[in-house]
Design a protein around this ligand. Structure first.
Ligand code: NAD
Length: 349
């Protein structure tokens, strides 16, 4: 099997996870990196032993010796860079959210499919083997018909400084500003939660969403950034299978650095995942245990990351999930949440 040559576009925080995950895989070499911040790209190249450094993604895409690219730039640039890479015949892994509009996400999915290229979106919590076990158990009818679900994704970086200071660091400030390409907490962590919950529970029929942007600086500005992106959301949703549930996400949740979890309630039992405790543990309340509300733990083997799946897909010549089409579906859910908040109305998907 020939070595797969990868270029990484964007050399900020998350790119380090991409680089170390690719570096751990056999038959993969990172040959190029690009960042608009030349110094950051050079430091990144030195750290990971990458031979070619670019400032312009279009040049990396055209000039570098790569079979695939991993796009780890702020959200707004995902669509143009992806379309460029796909146009140049490169297999593409794109960070979440896939795009900032449904039209862009659909165009990206259509272009990659037409070109026959591997295309995946980094819904990184898909690595949880407990999540896949939950989906299998629901498909097998182990908890009966799904009636309710509850999901949450809670962070506290607008209060705590555990991850740095959002007031002074660009890597946090762009996430608070729509003009810098962010779609707020909903686009940042809500997108994970929507994928995480609907993967086992099923497609959404309608959403009713309330977004909040809390006051955090004089004139809602900080160091030239307009702080207008949403910080939190509460979503009520009904699934096509009739289940009714709620999703809560926030950057203001003290006591939670990065907590994601859910409970799925069926007519004959319930399943719970708490990634703070373990990505491989599924808590089950089934059969006789329903009488005493007793939860038992099932533990599974570690699952492959999306980056491992991406490389496996290139080797096999076929995209695994989550692909761009899935990214575009989640983008529709995101848009419905924005529309629901704006019009104070329930939005059908
Ligand atoms: N899957 C996950 O769990 C996860 C976690 C964190 C971030 N992300 C996603 O990864 C992306 C990047 O987030 P981050 O935390 O690394 O942000 P970051 O701000 O730390 O890094 C972004 C980098 O991209 C560079 N950049 C900006 N525009 C560029 C362009 N046009 N071409 C090349 N480089 C460009 C910036 O200079 C910066 O170095 C975002 O879309 C974010 O949503 C995903």
């Amino acid at each position: 099997m020939k070595t797969i040559k990868v270029g990484i576009i964007g050399a900020g925080g998350m790119a380090h996870t991409h680089a170390s995950d690719f570096a751990d895989l056999e038959g993969v070499v990172i040959t190029a990196v690009c960042d608009v911040d030349q110094e950051r790209a050079s430091d990144f190249a030195t750290r990971y032993g990458i031979s070619h450094v670019y400032r312009d993604s279009a040049r990396l895409i055209r000039e570098a010796d790569v079979d695939a690219v991993s796009i780890v730039t702020p959200d707004r640039s995902h669509a143009p860079i992806t379309l460029d890479a796909v146009g140049a015949g490169l297999h593409t892994l794109c960070e979440k959210p896939l795009a900032t509009t449904v039209a862009d996400a659909q165009e990206m999915a259509g272009a990659a499919m037409k070109a026959g290229l591997v295309n995946m979106v980094n819904f990184s919590y898909r690595r949880s083997s407990a999540l896949h076990a939950a989906r299998r158990m629901i498909d097998e009818g182990r908890i009966g018909r799904l009636v309710h679900f509850e999901g949450h994704y809670l962070q506290s970086w607008l209060i705590s400084r555990a991850w740095g200071d959002w007031r002074t660091e660009d890597r946090w400030l762009w996430r608070l500003s729509t003009e810098r390409g962010s779609s707020g907490a909903l686009g940042d962590i809500g997108v994970h939660l929507l994928d995480f919950v609907t993967f086992p529970a099923g497609d959404i029929e309608w959403v009713d969403c309330t977004l909040r942007t809390l006051p955090k600086a004089d004139g809602a500005r900080m160091r030239g950034y307009k702080l207008d992106a949403n910080d939190s959301a509460v979503i009520t949703a009904s699934l096509s299978n009739g289940a009714l549930g709620s999703l809560h996400l926030s950057r203001w949740a003290s006591g939670h650095l990065n907590t994601i979890g859910m409970t799925l309630y069926g007519e004959r039992g319930a399943l719970r995942i708490d990634l703070d405790q373990s990505w491989e543990t599924l808590w089950c309340c089934l059969g006789e245990d329903v009488e005493k509300a007793k939860w038992r733990r099932r533990t599974y083997k570690r699952g492959p990351s999306v980056i491992e799946r991406f490389v496996r897909s290139i080797k096999r010549g076929k995209s695994e999930q989550p692909d761009f089409a899935r990214g575009a579906y989640v983008q529709r859910l995101l848009q419905a949440c924005f529309d629901s908040d704006l019009n104070r109305a329930r939005v059908k998907i």
